[in-house]
Design a binder for this molecule. Structure first.
Ligand code: 3PY
Length: 252
């Protein structure tokens, strides 16, 4: 695979500031000592970003936020803008995670605005998509995922597209301990790549990094990463311990 391989951690709402900085340091030390064969990113809560940025060698471990606002600036109490994220030293942002869609009402339209602002502020976007169990049981997964992409990111220019990383996370496999089989994941990622090819051309599709997420861990990573269309993982629980996270990175 010529395109960039990435293992990205998604800490979600875990770790206080001290524990988070300690974990980031531990991950950084382990990877500086033993250089990974892939890009590595850790995505942390907003409050950790500035402190974690200070302890990371971002040539080895990139830093990202888990979300950003859909507005540029102003009277939006409690929100954190893409510009603020960028100013901490972070280079990435996860957008469209199913937990944001499900629990915080993030619609395709809101996500489209967030993606635009993130790119405008120089962040790379890890854009998540994925179907519910009900949708999969109704064999609707392809149309659901295609619509999620069409409605929030297929408006981007070819130039903007270069800063998009996709992450397929079947909702039924997130934090449930259920993993899509490597064949199910490969089948969907191949489909996603074909929709990217329809929109941006075959070459751009071949260059697009597409991750699998959902209960990915050191034990199943080698099998998942061996598939031709799987370019890495977006990692939840297993990104919260340096040894577990490194175990996944070492699968490359
Ligand atoms: C998971 O692995 O459960 C995730 O949601 C990663 O984002």
């Amino acid at each position: 695979k010529m395109r960039k391989k990435i293992v990205a951690g998604n800490w979600k709402m875990n770790m206080n500031l001290q524990d988070g900085v300690a974990l980031a340091k531990e991950i950084n030390e382990a990877l500086v000592a033993d250089k990974p064969n892939c890009g590595v990113v850790i995505c942390t809560p907003f409050i950790h970003l500035a402190s974690v940025a200070q302890v990371l060698d971002q040539n080895v471990v990139g830093l990202g936020a888990e979300d950003c606002a859909d507005k540029e600036k102003g009277a939006f109490t409690g929100e954190v803008s893409a510009e603020m994220v960028k100013s901490t030293g972070a280079q990435y942002v996860i957008l469209g995670h199913s937990e944001r869609r499900q629990y915080y009402g993030e619609t395709a339209e809101i996500l489209k605005d967030k993606v635009q602002l993130a790119l405008k502020n120089g962040l790379k976007v890890i854009f998540c998509c994925g179907e519910t169990l009900e949708e999969r049981e109704g064999n609707k997964q392809n149309e659901v995922v295609k619509a999620e992409l069409a409605d929030s990111v297929f408006n981007l220019s070819a130039e903007e597209w270069k800063n998009i990383i996709l992450a397929y996370e079947p909702i039924w496999a997130i934090g449930t301990g259920k993993t899509a089989t490597s064949d199910q994941a490969e089948e969907m990622l191949a489909y996603i790549r074909s929709t990217v090819a329809e929109k941006y051309g075959k070459e751009a599709a071949e260059d697009t990094t597409i991750l699998y997420g959902g209960s990915c861990k050191a034990s199943n990573a080698p099998e998942l990463f061996s598939k031709p269309n799987i370019d890495g993982g977006l990692i939840g629980g297993a990104s919260l311990k340096a040894a577990d996270f490194k175990g996944i990175i070492d699968a490359w």
